[in-house]
Design a protein around this ligand. Structure first.
Ligand code: GLC
Ligand code: MG
Length: 526
């Protein structure tokens, strides 16, 4: 299981209200006891924080808010001592506009070597006042910004995200070389791999044709799209694979690849490309047996065709937390019954599937989305660029409640409040409270992860569905493990396949006759 750390919101060592690398180091024993095999840490590089660090101004250092390069080295070393591998986040689609390359590009003339690292184009209209094409930023508004005054050349630059995130030109060999060198910089420091941000976005159609509203904006793309999931991008990953393979040990890439189908996803996972990718088909599936089963089957089929292991993910720093997605109390303040029950059942389903599992920090505490953050504390550029019409992402980034009865819940050393306010109701969800409660979400994750380590059937391998009716999913992992999920709301007896089996764990207590109540999963040894 790979645990995603969002560093701003995980643990704060110095009381400035923002999580940091020493904070993570101090909590490594917690992660080890939870049973994580690896951590993926969202970006901690120097950044003006226009997109919470996904706007990188120097790929070879650590943002002072988060610590120093020596803290990153210490974090890697200490994690390794505890048997935890470290995956860092690489952002290759764009840099910050404060990166030295972009500053140099602005200072240089059109047509210069400096501008050729990015995607500068002339505008349309008599005075070049109309953007070069109709592409739209993922965060809302045009994907082009005209070079700001005092520069008078009037060119525009492309940014598929915020205006402070100019896109690089991946047809430029200098860009290719620079990123291979950045990979080596971190591989030399001992990291075990990279999560690749927007891995489906690097290549753009050089003709830059208008979208004409023909393609869905944002989101996963269909074949032939001018800036998502283009074939040229695969050459980049072949090069990276050669770099990583030259290092001792297993160094891995996991791609953030938002594409239309598991088949398109599998193309990123061919032998000489990335090792794994997030499976957003599963994350996007709704809570019903049919759509979960289809998402699971389609993922396994497509990935086994290229010999890549499946991965499963329910939440991350960009989506509404699944307790809430599954129907939790929208206020986020009270224990959300339906959403939490389903999230517990989903945890056992996910951890029983063949392949790797990603857990987003706080998911093991059953944290809901915080849906009522006041506008003035929100920082998501998607919120800011759409005047609040979009940008749910701050609500899943609220700092972790560790202990105590009032905010900041032990997030930092003193009474200082974190960068986003925590709901008072999270007093019931702190790590401290949940460690003392055998029926807590945390206790469920710990038990499940312990079994996942002990049982030879779990993790990589194969699965076989067991025939069931209605809103029930059941599958076997050989030689002797069965997972049953009652996705519906009425109790159902377990299938015959587990009649003589022993119950190992259930997401909520079973009925006295062994039936599974609604929204309940159970693991059996058979
Ligand atoms: C990825 C990140 C997201 C970021 C975007 C731009 O989707 O997960 O947080 O805003 O890329 O870098
Ligand atoms: Mg701090």
């Amino acid at each position: 299981m790979i645990y995603q750390i969002y560093p701003r919101s995980f643990a704060d060592s110095d009381g400035d209200g923002i999580g940091d690398l020493p904070g993570i180091r101090a909590r490594l024993p917690y992660l080890r006891r939870l049973g994580v095999d690896a951590v993926w840490i969202s970006p901690f590089y120097p950044s003006p924080m226009a997109d919470a660090g996904y706007d990188v101004s120097d790929y070879r250092d650590v943002e002072p808010i988060f610590g120093r390069l020596a803290d990153a080295d210490a974090l890697v070393a200490e994690a390794h001592e505890l048997g935890i591998r470290v995956i860092i986040d690489l952002v290759p689609n764009h840099t910050s506009d404060e990166h030295e390359w972009f500053r140099a590009a602005l200072a240089a003339a059109p047509g210069s070597r400096e501008r050729a690292r990015y995607l500068f184009r002339e505008g349309r209209g008599t005075h070049g006042e109309i953007p070069p094409n109709d592409w739209i930023s993922n965060f809302g508004g045009a994907a082009w910004t005209r070079v700001p005054a005092p520069d008078r050349t009037g060119q525009w630059y492309l940014h598929l995200f915020d205006a402070k995130q100019p896109d690089l030109d991946w047809t430029n060999p200098e860009v290719v070389e620079e990123f291979e060198s950045i990979l080596r910089f971190w591989l030399d420091r001992g990291v075990d791999g990279f999560r690749i941000d927007v891995a489906h976005g690097l290549a753009k159609d050089p003709e830059m044709p208008d979208l004409h509203g023909e393609w869905a904006t944002g989101g996963p793309a269909v074949e032939g799209h001018p800036h998502w999931d283009r074939d040229e991008v695969h050459e980049v990953y072949r090069g990276w694979r050669r770099v990583a393979d030259a290092y001792a040990g297993d160094r891995v890439f996991v791609g953030e690849v938002w594409v239309q189908t598991p088949k398109r996803l599998a193309r990123y996972l061919r032998d000489d490309e990335l090792h794994t990718a997030f499976n957003f088909t599963y994350l996007l599936a709704s809570w019903d047996a049919e759509s979960l089963r289809t998402a699971i089957d389609d993922s396994i089929d497509a990935l086994s065709a290229v010999g890549a292991p499946a991965t499963w993910v329910l939440s991350n720093h960009d989506v509404v937390r699944h307790v809430t997605r599954y129907g939790g109390d929208r206020s986020g303040h009270d224990a959300p019954d339906q959403g939490t029950r389903r999230a517990r059942a989903a945890a056992l389903l996910t951890l029983a599937l063949p392949g790797g599992v990603y857990v987003y920090q706080g998911e093991e505490l059953g944290l809901p989305e915080v849906v009522d953050l006041p506008a003035e504390v929100r920082q998501d550029p998607a919120f800011l660029r759409t005047a609040g019409a979009d940008g749910m992402r701050d609500g899943c980034r609220v700092p972790i409640p560790w202990s105590g009865d009032a905010p900041p819940f032990g997030f930092g050393p003193g009474p200082g409040q974190p960068w986003l306010p925590q709901p008072a109701g999270w007093a019931a969800l702190t790590v401290e409270k949940q460690l003392a409660d055998p029926s807590s979400m945390l206790a469920l994750y710990r038990s499940a992860l312990e079994l996942r380590h002990d049982r030879p059937e779990l993790g990589d391998g194969t699965m076989a569905w067991i025939d069931t009716d209605g809103e029930v999913l059941a599958f076997r992992r050989d030689p002797g493990f069965v997972c049953v999920v009652n996705v519906g709301s009425d109790p159902v007896p377990p299938p015959d396949a587990v009649r003589d089996g022993a119950l190992l764990l259930s997401s909520d207590p079973l009925e006295p006759d062994g039936s599974l109540p609604g929204a309940t999963s159970a693991w059996y040894s058979v």
